[in-house]
Design a protein around this ligand. Structure first.
Ligand SMILES: [Fe+2]
Length: 156
């Protein structure tokens, strides 16, 4: 008879919490990039992009909270200081970005990085039998792939 798995693998789950912290750090930089382009965008596309970036940072804020609370659920502490975020994030920090194309490119690049991290976590959470994290990553990925498609279409 096959042994049934009794839930997530603890060692793998603690590694997952670390990966989720890396995702959290990147999300925080992404979030602030969105705020900065929401504020600083200039030109004929102002109204559309100003609003689109607001929609995206509100979405990012929700995801940030989900990631942090997932880390707590897994028994670890979400990183919570700007200095820790900057130390762990690989998303480029956008500064003085006000041109529409530059802004959309920055956000598209940021989402690409997030998707890479999310796909790694999706794969690892699958191997750790961590269904909760796996389902969350799966949701994030499908939503953000769609956003990336729209940003790329805008840029094309
Ligand atoms: Fe605003």
């Amino acid at each position: 008879m096959e042994m049934k798995t009794s839930g997530p693998d603890e060692k793998k789950v603690s590694q997952l919490a670390k990966d989720l912290n890396e995702l959290l750090a990147n999300f925080q930089v992404y979030y602030q990039n969105l705020r900065s382009v929401h504020w600083n965008i200039k030109g004929k596309n102002f109204f559309v992009l100003h609003e689109k970036f607001e929609e995206l940072y509100n979405d990012a804020q929700e995801k940030i909270d989900l990631v942090a609370e997932r880390i707590l659920t897994l028994g670890e502490t979400p990183i919570h200081t700007y200095s820790d975020y900057l130390n762990s994030a690989r998303i480029p920090v956008g500064k003085n970005v006000s041109k529409d194309e530059h802004a959309v490119k920055l956000i598209a690049e940021s989402i690409k990085e997030l998707l890479e991290i999310e796909r790694e976590i999706l794969d690892k959470s699958d191997r750790a039998d961590d269904e909760g994290t796996n389902a969350m990553m799966s949701d994030f990925i499908s939503e953000q792939e769609k956003t990336l498609w729209m940003l790329k279409s805008w840029l094309a």
